[in-house]
Design a protein around this ligand. Structure first.
Ligand code: PHE
Length: 503
C-alpha cells in the first residue's frame, strides 16, 4: 500500500484532472503548490511508479537587438535590393545612404544578395545589378524573424525543418539569442490511473506542532506530515566565518584549552623588538630589505627604558654578563629605532617578557606578520603566525616537544617530528615537521627552541623559556586540502560557499 503525503496526493490528482499529462508549470498553477513542492512530490510519485517524470531539453530562440531591428525594417540584403530595384543598378558607394544601412553592414548585405541570387556585383563599375525586377518572395529567414518578432520566443524543437535550419543561420548571423531550458512533464502510469480511479481523498496534514495543538489536545486526532529527510532541497548559503578565520579561531581555542593567555601587539614595531632584543645582529641578513618591510614615514620609533636597551647593546657587543662573546660590533641605537612591519610575532613575545618575569607564564598570539616575499602558490607577503611560550622553573626541551605534539594533534596533525635547525635567539633550536601523506613529504610547521641567555639576561628573566612560532596558513591549507595559498585571500565566493562550516 503506497502512503502518499498531502502534496503528493494533490499533485497526483492534479495530473489526473489535467488529462493525465501535464508540465510542471501547469501543475504549479492548477494545484496552487509551490514549484519546489511539486518537484519534490513529482520525484516521490515517480519513485512509486505512479507517474512518469519526463525531461525534455528545449532550445528557446528570441531576437537580440539587431534581430529586432531587422524584423522591423527588413534584412540588409532586402533593403539593398529594394534600393537597387527601381533603376536596376545602384552604385555600392551609395548603398549606405540609399538603403539606410551602416557602411559596416554593406559587405554582409552584398554577400547575402549574391548568395540568394537576388543581384550580382559589377566589381569594375562598383555597382549592384538586380537579377530581376520583381521582389523575391519572403524567405524562411525573414519568416522566422517575423515570427519571433510577433511571438517574442519560439521553441526550435517545435519548428518545421526549414525554419529549424533558418534558426541555425540566424544564430550564425548573430541575430538571435539561444537559451537551453529543461522542461519537465508528468504523465500518469497505469498504476497511477488505477489509484486515482479507486479514489484518493486528500487528507489534511499538519507539518508543525503548535502550542495550540498541544493545549487543546487536538494533536491526538491530527495527522502529521512525515518528513522525508533524504529529499534533495535547494542549496542554502548562510553567512559564515571565512575558512581562514575559522582556522584562526580554532588555533586560539586550542591555546585557550591548553591554559595559555592571548597577547597582541602592534603591526608596526621597532627593529629593537623585532630583531635586537632577540639577539639578531644588526647586519643579520634577515634584516635586509629582502625580507623586511621598513617604514619610510615615520621612520623611527621609541626605544624602551635605558637599562633594557643598554643590556641588549652590551650583549650584542661583547656578551655583557651572559658568558657569551656577543657579536663583536658597535651596536647602533639608530638602527634599533627603525620601524618595521613586524616579521614575526616573537617581537610581541619578547616585549611581553621584558615586563613579566615571574613564572609560570603561558602566553600565545595568533596574528598577522609581514615579509617581503614574492607572491606564489606557497607564499604571501602577509600571513599569520601561531606563537606560544612557556616559562617555568625546570621546564626542558622535552616539555616543549610534548606541548607541540599536544598542540598540533588537536589540529589533527599526528605524525610530527622535530628536526634540528638554527635561530639566533634559541638554543637548542629545532623545527617541528609534519608528514603529509598526500604529498608524500615532510612539511615544516614551526620553529622552536629555548631562548638563549643572550635573550633572557637583558630582560631579567631567570627561568627557562620554551618558545615556538609557525605559519597558520600552512595548517589551513592542510585542513582545507588546498595547494595554492592565494585561494585563502582571493575572495573566491564559490570556494568559500563550498567549504563546509565545520571541518
Ligand atoms: N620566529 C621564528 C619564525 O618566525 C619562529 C620561532 C619562534 C623560532 C620562537 C623559535 C622560537 O620563523
Amino acid at each position: 500500500m503506497v502512503k502518499l503525503r498531502e502534496n503528493e496526493q494533490k499533485t497526483l490528482l492534479t495530473v489526473g484532472s489535467l488529462g493525465g499529462k501535464a508540465a510542471i508549470g501547469q501543475l504549479v498553477q492548477a494545484s496552487g503548490l509551490a514549484h519546489a513542492a511539486v518537484m519534490r512530490a513529482a520525484l516521490e510519485l515517480s519513485k512509486e511508479n505512479l507517474v512518469r517524470l519526463q525531461e525534455e531539453k528545449r532550445t528557446i530562440l528570441s531576437l537580440n537587438e539587431e534581430g529586432q531591428l531587422y524584423a522591423r525594417r527588413g534584412l540588409p540584403e532586402r533593403r539593398a535590393f529594394d534600393a537597387a530595384c527601381e533603376s536596376g543598378e545602384i552604385s555600392i558607394e551609395d548603398l549606405p545612404h540609399e538603403a539606410d544601412i551602416p557602411s559596416g553592414v554593406v559587405p554582409i548585405a552584398l554577400a547575402w544578395l549574391t548568395r540568394k541570387r537576388w543581384a550580382t556585383i559589377n566589381r569594375e563599375k562598383g555597382t549592384l545589378i538586380v537579377a530581376q525586377k520583381e521582389k523575391p518572395p519572403s524567405g524562411s529567414d525573414e519568416k522566422l524573424l517575423k515570427l519571433l518578432a510577433a511571438k517574442r520566443t519560439a521553441t526550435v524543437e517545435k519548428m518545421d525543418k526549414s525554419l529549424q535550419q533558418m534558426a541555425v543561420t540566424l544564430k550564425r548571423r548573430k541575430l538571435v539569442k539561444v537559451e537551453e531550458k529543461t522542461f519537465r512533464t508528468l504523465e500518469l502510469t497505469a498504476k497511477g490511473r488505477g489509484l486515482i480511479r479507486k479514489g484518493i481523498e486528500v487528507s489534511e496534514e499538519v507539518s508543525r506542532l503548535t502550542p495550540e495543538l498541544i493545549l487543546s489536545g487536538r494533536w491526538r486526532e491530527t495527522k502529521f506530515r512525515k518528513f522525508n529527510v533524504t529529499a534533495p532541497g535547494s542549496p542554502v548559503y548562510p553567512g559564515k566565518a571565512h575558512p581562514l578565520q575559522q582556522t584562526i579561531e580554532r588555533a586560539k581555542e586550542i591555546f585557550l584549552e591548553m591554559g595559555f593567555t592571548e597577547i597582541r601587539g602592534p603591526l608596526v614595531e621597532t627593529a629593537f623588538w623585532n630583531f635586537d632584543a632577540l639577539f639578531q645582529p644588526q647586519d643579520h641578513p634577515a634584516r635586509e630589505m629582502m625580507d623586511t618591510f621598513y617604514l619610510s614615514a615615520p621612520k623611527a620609533g621609541r626605544l624602551p627604558q635605558k637599562d633594557v636597551v643598554n643590556a641588549v647593546a652590551k650583549t650584542h657587543e661583547d656578551g655583557w654578563k651572559t658568558g657569551s662573546k656577543g657579536w663583536g660590533y658597535k651596536w647602533s641605537g639608530e638602527e634599533a629605532r627603525r620601524l618595521v612591519l613586524r616579521t614575526h610575532t616573537t617581537a610581541e613575545t619578547i616585549k611581553y617578557l621584558s615586563k613579566h618575569k615571574e613564572p609560570p607564564i603561558k602566553i600565545f598570539s595568533v596574528d598577522r606578520v609581514y615579509r617581503n616575499e614574492q607572491l606564489t602558490y606557497k607564499n604571501t607577503a602577509e600571513f599569520h603566525q601561531i606563537e606560544g611560550i612557556v616559562v617555568d622553573k625546570g621546564v626542558t626541551f622535552r616539555d616543549l616537544m610534548g606541548t607541540l605534539k599536544a598542540f598540533y594533534s588537536r589540529f589533527g596533525l599526528r605524525k610530527v617530528q622535530f628536526w634540528p635547525c638554527y635561530f639566533p635567539y634559541t638554543e637548542p633550536s629545532a623545527q617541528a615537521m609534519v608528514y603529509v601523506p598526500k604529498l608524500k613529504r615532510w612539511m615544516e610547521l614551526c620553529g622552536m627552541g629555548m631562548f638563549r641567555p643572550e635573550v633572557l639576561a637583558p630582560m631579567g628573566i631567570k627561568y627557562p623559556v620554551l618558545a615556538w612560532g609557525g605559519g597558520l596558513e600552512r595548517i589551513a591549507m592542510l585542513k582545507l586540502g588546498l595547494d595554492d595559498i592565494r585561494l585563502l585571500y582571493g575572495n573566491r565566493l564559490d570556494w568559500i560557499r563550498r567549504t563546509p562550516l565545520c571541518q
